[in-house]
Design a protein around this ligand. Structure first.
Ligand code: ADP
Ligand code: MG
Ligand code: MG
Length: 890
């Protein structure tokens, strides 16, 4: 007995996604719950994997099981596959576990040939319909299964339609003629006679679905979304229902809530007398679902009930496909709807308030990165008033963007690689445009609704998009965009601005401004005036109820610190002091210090910097009143503060009143073969203890001053790049001595901690010793990654992308913490450190502190907090909550 490769829709259910794919599990579940679904069966994802395991051969028993299942369907519907008198036609649809919009194509009307075509015409008494079904089948089969360039078919269609007619205006004879032309094209292109045998057609179509799993588009998509190749795709074979049988027939798509805003309204589009992809591909501009209510009130009523029922059943927004055949409604697909970050949060909060889901489920529903969309820029209303409005379309993807018009996706990819900001403008987009869409600032289409390919992909990418801008007429050959009813003709390369919130397209570069949430955070808008902010903050407050991991921010200035605090940071995890050295004319004093020949000269220069630095710290302590602030002593190589070109050196020497040759010699002497592993970090303070001393004094005096004013200060002084405990001890002695001096001098007792960064592997290995001095560890995972991999961060750009591309590494370890290697050092250092000092405080302050997967890892190894850039604090808050939820597998 061979394995079970084929499941009837009546045999499956929603929990079988892995085996049946998302689409297969969805139609099975709908069938189970009594929704009208055309009968069919699913070939499993395991069959797909087995097909590849056998070198692209059908698994044993697959074909036999397929024929058996087909017989069951025939008996059920009273039609026969390949029967000239009463033919059963089917669709062959791919469907992997994760829905991949447009990545795998569906063949409709399979089973048609010269004989069944006649049968279909007789049976339906509708020759035009039969001819239309036939030409669609040949077109789809030719393109998808036989790999003929789809444009060739579209060209024939366009020629036949001429300028003023739509596809629905073509007559039966014309359609038959077109079908014949299609066959000729296929023959010329592939050398293949169009297969007449329906079973041969079916076998070829199933094979094509399997093959498409490894097609370029699918592989590209999986790479972007990090979906493993090993999932495989299911194949669904399903009785056809026809939306193209006349004006009482239609096909459409809908969301149970608005996917762009999250508004609780049935949102969708449909086309009368149309089939399959017509709506999504924007062949004609579809009608909004509200029109269906007028045109076919009963069907609308039934549809909206089913939609609500499905939403309740799945407890999530559904994205559904339907077809109406001569007034009868059929459901063809349901899946959880993709949505913008804004919609995701609103829907999650609303559903909790409606009692549909609990807060935990709500928190699981939103990918942390999606919160970013709340922070996207909008077009400045003031500037928009005076700007030239070109056209209006549907607001389909968040944000606002300026860019140069590009009509071709390859060109968009190429230009953006050159650093140009481009906006991809198309009549409509198709899956093969994906790379160009990724590369663009925004996507603008002339046709298609909120469910069109452009809109769906933009929402997923979190990219600004306006679609269905009907007034734009795009001429690919001439490279122009004509705005209807005006004499405006835009050319490729012209600047436009697209507003993905309002749907307006403007000429030129229109000023954009901060998102609503940021305006509220900056105090430019009242919280109660922003609905968006309300949802955003409610949602995040739920995350805070759940998470145990602290979230701090990396901030070097009072301004950054303020923003971080408003985003919910519970302290500063990294305040870099070197940034303070660059500001204004301090750099002069810093340079003086560097070129100083004697300790006295150096102290003199440092004395100039000290009060400025103290002021900076006071500003930060003030903002972070009551919260801890981790301050790192000077870290970068000194040569970073000096100029390198001859001219600049001379200028500086002149300004400093020293001999250019002398300065040049100093610059030379600081040159290093490998600065990343050179004279930096605590090594600076070890050679020049007076630098550490000055910094410590600035910190403690600032703290004492603030404390005297009633501000609660909790400085944590952090020594960088320690590899051996002796380095930390030596620097720590200076810090403690200065602290005592300042406390004696001011009479203020300051509550502070002394700790170190763990960023040199040796420090991680000897963490138990280091913890004899350090009261806290902060993992500097940028350097730790660099040194663990032996890959220079500054040079990795040259070779690392190739590693990721060829999957030698799953992710760029500088973006996503390498849990296996670097993570092991982190885990070990925490354990060893705590074996010495049980109350050791631990955190992370590398870039990874704001990356969701890394944040979850930090939770699992028991760090006390993560620290990240202020704008990623909200992402970390949600990721930290999700880490808790992932522990409680319920
Ligand atoms: P995709 O994953 O690209 O959405 P689908 O298989 O869902 O691919 O469908 C392509 C189009 O064909 C959709 O509009 C779908 O509703 C339609 N379709 C698929 N199967 C049938 C069928 N058996 N009868 C009528 N329309 C169908
Ligand atoms: Mg598709
Ligand atoms: Mg579909």
């Amino acid at each position: 007995m061979s394995k079970k490769w084929v499941y009837l829709f009546t045999e499956g259910n929603a929990s079988m996604r892995d085996l049946l794919g998302g689409k297969g599990a969805g139609v099975a579940e709908m069938t189970r719950t009594g929704v009208p679904v055309p009968p069919g069966f699913t070939i499993t994802t395991e069959a797909c994997n087995e097909y590849y395991a056998r070198g692209r051969q059908f698994p044993e028993g697959l074909w036999e099981q397929t024929l058996e299942a087909l017989k069951v369907i025939e008996a059920q519907v009273g039609k026969k596959f390949g029967d000239p008198t009463n033919p059963l036609l089917v669709s062959v649809r791919s469907g992997a576990r994760e829905s991949m919009p447009g990545m795998m194509d569906t063949v409709l009307n399979l089973g048609l040939n010269k004989e069944t075509l006649e049968g279909l015409a007789r049976l339906t008494d509708n020759r035009r319909f039969a001819a239309d079904a036939y030409r669609r089948f040949i077109q789809l089969f030719g393109k998808i299964v036989l790999g003929v360039d789809g444009e060739k078919f579209e060209h024939v269609m366009n020629e036949a339609k001429g300028k003023d007619r739509q596809d629905t205006d073509l007559t039966a004879d014309e359609l038959m003629q077109i079908a014949e032309t299609f066959k000729t094209i296929i023959k010329e292109d592939t050398g293949i006679d169009f297969p007449e045998d329906p079973y041969e057609q079916l076998r070829m179509a199933i094979t094509a679905v399997f093959n498409s799993w490894m097609g370029r588009r699918a592989v590209d998509y999986r790479r972007v979304y990090k979906i493993p190749d090993t999932l495989g795709t299911g194949v669904n074979v399903q009785m056809m229902v026809f939306g193209n049988m006349g004006n009482d027939s239609a096909t459409g798509v809908a969301f149970t809530r608005n996917p762009a805003t999250g508004e609780d309204e049935l949102y969708g589009e449909y086309l009368v007398n149309a089939q399959g992809e017509d709506v999504v591909a924007g062949i004609r501009t579809p009608k909004p679902l509200s029109k269906l209510r007028e045109e076919m009130p009963e069907v609308y009523q039934q549809f909206s009930e089913i939609a609500k029922m499905l939403e309740r059943h799945y407890k999530d927004v559904q994205d559904v496909e339907f077809t109406i055949e001569r007034g009868k409604l059929w459901m063809l697909q349901t899946r959880n709807g993709k949505r913008t970050g804004m919609a995701a949060v609103k829907i999650a909060v609303d559903m909790v308030n409606e009692g549909v889901i609990d807060k935990r489920t709500a928190l699981r529903r939103v990918q942390p990165e999606m919160l970013n969309q709340f922070l996207f820029p909008i077009v400045n209303p003031g500037a928009a008033e005076h700007a030239t409005r070109l056209a209006h379309g549907l607001a389909a993807g968040p944000g606002a963007a300026q860019g140069r018009i590009v009509l071709d996706p390859d060109e968009a990819a190429a230009r953006s690689e050159q650093g140009e900001r481009v906006i991809l403008v198309r009549t409509e987009t198709a899956p093969e445009d994906f790379h160009g869409m990724v590369a663009s600032q925004a996507i603008l289409t002339a046709r298609g609704g909120l469910t069109s390919h452009a809109a769906v992909v933009a929402r997923q990418l979190g990219k600004c998009c306006v679609c269905g801008c009907g007034d734009l007429e795009i001429d690919y050959k001439a490279g122009t965009v004509h705005v209807h009813g005006t004499d405006t003709i835009l050319k490729e390369g012209d600047w436009i601005t697209v507003d993905g919130h309002s749907g307006w397209v403007y000429a030129g570069q229109v000023e954009t401004r901060e998102a609503e949430v940021i305006q509220v955070i900056r105090g430019q808008m009242k919280p109660e005036d922003s609905k968006l902010y309300g949802y955003f903050s409610t949602f995040l407050s739920w995350a805070d109820e759940v998470r145990r991991l602290g979230v701090r921010a990396n901030a070097d200035t009072p301004t950054d610190a303020r923003i971080a605090r408003l985003f919910g940071a519970e302290g500063i995890g990294l305040c870099r002091t070197e940034h303070m050295f660059f500001e204004g004319d301090r750099i002069d004093a810093v340079r003086e210090m560097i070129v100083a020949e004697t300790v006295e000269d150096r102290r003199k220069a440092l004395a100039k910097i000290e009060p400025l630095q103290q002021g900076d710290f006071e500003g930060i302590f003030e903002v972070m009143d009551g919260l801890p602030v981790t301050i790192r002593t000077l870290d970068p190589p000194l040569h970073e503060f000096l100029p390198h070109g001859d001219r600049e050196i001379e200028e500086l020497a002149h300004k400093m009143g020293i001999n250019p040759a002398q300065l040049k010699a100093k610059v030379e002497s600081l040159r290093e073969a490998n600065p990343m592993l050179g004279f930096r970090g605590c090594r600076l303070g070890i050679e020049y203890p007076e630098i550490t001393e000055m910094q410590a004094r600035a910190i403690f005096r600032a703290a004492a001053n603030c404390q005297a004013r009633g501000i609660h200060v909790h400085p944590e002084i952090m020594i960088p790049l320690v590899g051996d405990v002796s380095e930390l001890r030596m620097q720590g002695d200076i810090v403690r001595r200065v602290a005592d001096e300042v406390m004696a001098e001011t009479g203020q007792k300051i509550d502070y901690l002394l700790g170190t960064m763990i960023e040199v592997p040796r420090a991680a290995l000897t963490a138990d010793k280091i913890a004899t001095v350090a009261e806290f560890f902060s993992f500097g995972t940028n350097d730790l990654t660099q040194m663990t991999f032996g890959m220079s961060r500054d040079d990795a750009g040259r070779f690392l992308p190739a590693y990721v591309e060829s999957k030698l590494l799953k992710d760029d370890p500088f973006e996503v913490l390498d849990q296996e290697g670097v993570g092991q050092l982190v885990r070990m250092a925490v354990e060893r450190g705590r074996s010495t000092r049980p109350d050791l405080k631990t955190g992370i302050c590398g870039e990874h502190g704001g990356e969701p997967e890394s944040v979850k890892f930090c939770h699992r190894v028991g760090l006390n907090y993560v620290s990240c850039s202020p704008y990623r604090v909200v992402i970390a808050r949600l990721a930290a909550a999700q880490a808790v939820l992932e522990e409680q597998k319920d």
